[in-house]
Every structure is written in C-alpha cells, then in structure tokens.
Design a protein around this ligand. Structure first.
Ligand SMILES: Cc1cc2nc3c(=O)[nH]c(=O)nc-3n(C[C@H](O)[C@H](O)[C@H](O)COP(=O)(O)O)c2cc1C
Length: 364
C-alpha cells in the first residue's frame, strides 16, 4: 500500500495524503489583493488531489512584499479580496488550505522575476527596505534600514494581525516564511544579522525575533489549527546558518507549539554554493524529523512519484511538497496515484478520463 497516499494528521488537521503543494508566489495581486489569476491558479491546484495546498508567500505589510504585485493580507481590502477567491475555490474542493505569511525584509522592493527580478531603489519606484542590519543582499544594492525596537514591535503585530485575518478566512493552517533569505531568515543568519543588541550575536539572540513572531502568531491563530514554519536548513555558505543551528531552532520552535517544519534551504546570500540533485534537501528534513520528532515537510526537486513515495516510506519526511512539478502538471497527484496503485479525490465531472485498465483511481 502506498505510504504517499496514506492519511496523516498535523494535530487536529486531517490530511488525505502526504502530498503538499508548495507555496509559490504568483506576483499577480494588485495592491496586495488576490483576483482572477488566483481564482484560476488555486482553482486547478485545488482539484489536484493533493493533501494540502499552501498559498504563496503573503505579505503581512506592504513594505514586506518582494514586488509590488505580491499577495498581501494587511488590510480589510486584501482580506476581502482573498475571501472571494477562497470562497470560489471552496465551491468545488474541500482540500485543506494553508497560507504562508511572510515579510521579505532586505529582499523586498524587487522587479517581477520575468522582468529581471532586480532590486528596485526608491529612485526607480521601489521603497525603503527593512532588515535586522544595514547589510544589503547584493553588492550593488542600497543598504536596508536596520529595524529599531518600534519596527520590531510593528512587524510582530503585523504577523499576528495577518494570522487573525487568515483565521477569519478559514485557513486550516498558517506557515511562517522563515526561509529563502527573507526577513525571519535574515535574523537567523550571522551573514545578514550584525546586530549588537538582544537580537544579534549569539544563536540564542539571532533566534529571538523569529521565535517571538512564532509565539505571537501561535497565540493569534486558533489553537486547534496548526501553525508551522518554512526554514532554510542551511545558507550553503561557510560561516552562515547551518543544519546544527536549524536543529536547535526546531527544538525551540517545538516548545512554542509550532506544529510542523518545512525544510528548504538557501536564498540568503549570493555566495551560496548549492549542491543540487534529486531530493537534495531531504537529508536536512530527515535529520530534523529524526532528532526533534516534529512533523516535517520535505521539498526540493522531488519530481517522480516513486521518489516521493520513498521519502515518506523511508521516514525522511512525513509530507512531501512539490512546487514546479505541480505547475508543470497540476494533475501530478492523479498520475502518482495511478503509478502507485492508489486512489485520489477528483471532481465527478472528470471521472470519465480514468485511463483504460485502471480501476478505482478516482473517489469522491
Ligand atoms: C514560481 C515559484 C514561486 C515560489 N514562491 C515561493 C513562495 O512564495 N514561498 C516559498 O517559500 N517558496 C517559494 N518557491 C519555492 C518553492 O516553494 C519550492 O521550495 C522550490 O520550487 C523547490 O521545490 P520544487 O523543486 O518542487 O519546485 C517558489 C518557487 C517557484 C517555482
């Protein structure tokens, strides 16, 4: 029997299988508001048969957006727009929806990826970016503004407010974006955090702000619904954030009631030397899972059903997230179920497409 298609529970959230759709920025919002692109995009992912759909990085404040087209959840307007999309998606699918809440910090104020993705200075229509320290990501970029105590307080409050909005929208779970060199990761890594106060220096100090944000969000989101975090397990740069620090961070997150950890890597420094390959981030997930006992999502270049099946069956991850493979083939879970001899939920309108020779591929 397929392990990938076995049920799983994150706390009280029941998932029908172990396939997670990774959060993927669409850069298609207007002033943070979701619209028809999201209705279409999420609509087809929602009938994919995956166990959990995580919405893209959603900014908790306008200045925390990577680009000016990022999705946001900082106002009644952005909440209202997302409610309309979620309501449409819900008409046709009961897939559990999670939302990734984030702040881009020094990686904010960028062009759209398909327009070059360059950081935009204020003189070119960008905005002043915020960070733990006045250290830019790239050599040609303007230095960010180092956050002061009031700035930190504001961002904690922004995360909590967005979590309350996510709760009102009925999201089944929240994932904090603590990966890929965005604000929370910038606090963790000694390469981007040069602070000399209680938020910088020692590992304890560098973890402080992300842990505070986790505590605030956990308190703001209903206790029976999971809150987790995505991390970069390593910067892939000597002297940066690494797996040993991630393990300690995971242990500390756990004591705060963090329900799951989603293990990615990189994105903090242009100096990174990533060793890419099929399932290349799974060794990090595996160690975190084994050493902390936390529910762990593995991700990164997992493209074949057999690879995903093996990751779960071998205990390397509890859940497997797919990003690009789901964009390429939003019916990936259907094809995986067919290959692994499992069943998958699909809308009855599509049942007649079941390939000849297969029985019971689809269920209601
Ligand atoms: C179009 C696109 C947008 C992405 N946006 C996000 C995002 O919003 N948040 C995030 O944590 N990762 C984001 N990622 C990274 C993916 O979630 C995933 O970790 C990465 O693509 C590796 O998994 P894959 O090999 O299955 O694609 C994005 C990736 C792609 C391709």
């Amino acid at each position: 029997m397929s392990q990938l298609f076995s049920q799983y529970r994150i706390g009280r959230l029941a998932l029908k299988n172990r396939i997670v759709i990774a959060p993927m920025c669409q850069y298609s919002a207007v002033d943070g508001a979701a619209g028809d692109w999201h209705r279409m995009h999420l609509g087809h992912l929602a009938v994919s048969g995956a166990g959990l759909l995580i919405l893209e990085a959603t900014a908790v404040a306008p200045e925390g957006r990577i680009s000016n087209r990022d999705l946001g959840l900082w106002s009644d307007e952005t909440e209202h727009a997302l409610r309309q999309v979620v309501t449409s998606v819900r008409t046709f699918s009961d897939i559990p929806l999670a939302i990734q809440l984030g702040h881009a910090g020094r990686k904010a104020s960028a062009q759209l990826p398909w327009e070059g993705g360059r950081r935009l200075p204020v003189s070119e229509g960008g905005w002043q970016v915020l960070a733990p320290s006045a250290v830019a990501y790239g050599p040609d970029e303007d230095a960010p503004l180092a956050l002061d105590a009031a700035g930190l307080e504001q961002i904690r409050a922004d995360f909590a407010a967005a979590a309350r909005r996510a709760a009102r929208l009925g999201f089944a779970a929240v994932e904090l974006h603590g990966a890929h060199g965005y604000l929370l990761h910038q606090f963790l890594s000694p390469l981007s955090n040069h602070r000399e106060d209680a938020y910088g220096g020692s590992l304890e100090n560098r973890m402080r702000f992300p842990l505070e944000v986790m505590a605030e969000v956990r308190a703001a989101f209903p206790a029976e619904r999971p809150v987790g975090i995505r991390i970069s397990a390593t910067d892939w740069v000597a002297g940066g954030w690494d797996l040993e620090q991630s393990l300690e961070f995971a242990r500390r997150l756990r004591t705060l009631g963090c329900d799951f950890i989603h293990v990615s890597s990189g994105g903090l420094s242009p100096e990174q030397q990533i060793v890419l390959g099929s399932g290349y981030q799974l060794p990090f997930a595996e160690r975190i899972r084994r050493e902390t006992g936390m529910t762990t999502i593995g991700v990164g270049l997992i493209t074949e059903p057999e690879e995903a099946e093996a990751a779960v069956a071998q205990g390397r991850a509890d859940l497997v997230a797919l990003g690009r493979a789901m964009l390429y083939d939003p019916r990936w879970p259907w094809h995986a179920a067919a290959r692994l001899g499992a069943s998958v939920e699909a809308p009855p309108q599509y049942w007649r497409c079941q390939p000849r020779g297969l029985k019971d591929l689809f269920k209601a």
